[in-house]
Design a protein around this ligand. Structure first.
Ligand code: 3PG
Length: 220
């Protein structure tokens, strides 16, 4: 397939730099603003400093602002971006990258001209090929386990060896190895090291322990 000039190579390079700097991107749901910084610190203390903060909660935008102000060395992605309007908010926030769970043509198009690179969510080969037409070569595979897991991604590599993925959705410390062994997987994403129960209890040491367990098993 020929490459499409609409997506600048610099976007692919920026996504590569982020996704190659870590084996694991925690996917975070922050329900209380005061949890944002201690949660991010707990993950950093455990060895992870690329975070996806999902726009699933009312305080998510303020949580991103706080983390950027107080932990400027953390690489912050905004996740669960579902519309171009939300993408624009992320540009104003100055996040490092945007992640979508699934991707409309409007989102693919917006990402090509944005100041913030997009890691577009896909679940099927057809969706990868749609992104390909805009120039995308890096994707989030979501929900990974429900869509065939590592076996499916291995099969994606046949027709589309240049497409590289960050699988998320059902990825755990135990099945991460199956994904990370694939040549078309850059890194994996998941929420297991920051479960709601520990966040609700403000058990930051527990989150650091789960994060350390993950980074020791899967160092970059
Ligand atoms: C995501 O948006 O990537 C998922 O919610 C993360 O999936 P998980 O909670 O199964 O790890």
């Amino acid at each position: 397939m020929s490459s499409d000039p609409r997506l600048p190579q610099s976007h692919i390079d920026r996504v590569d730099a982020i996704c190659r700097s870590t084996a694991i991107i925690p996917v975070l749901v922050i329900e209380r603003l005061e949890h944002a910084v201690p949660l991010a610190k707990a993950l950093v203390d455990g060895g992870l400093d690329v975070l996806e903060i999902t726009l699933r909660t009312d305080c998510a935008v303020d949580a991103i602002k706080r983390i950027r102000e107080q932990l400027p060395d953390v690489t912050v992605g905004a996740g669960t971006v579902l519309s171009v309007d939300q993408y624009r908010i992320c540009e104003e926030l100055g996040v490092d990258f945007v992640v979508t769970p699934g991707t409309t043509p409007a989102l693919f198009e917006h990402g090509t001209a944005s100041s913030v690179p997009l890691l577009p969510g896909v679940a099927t080969v057809s969706e990868v090929v749609t992104g390909w037409e805009y120039g995308y070569r890096r994707f989030k595979f979501f929900p990974a386990e429900a869509n065939g897991g590592a076996k499916a991604l291995k099969s994606f590599g046949g027709p589309l060896p240049e497409a590289l993925f960050c699988p998320t959705g059902g990825v755990t410390v135990d099945n991460a190895a199956d994904y990370l062994a694939l040549p078309n997987v850059m890194c994996i994403g998941g929420s297991w090291m920051a479960p709601k129960s520990l966040i609700d209890q403000e058990d930051w040491a527990g989150i650091t322990r789960l994060t350390q367990e993950a980074t020791q098993r899967y160092p970059r």
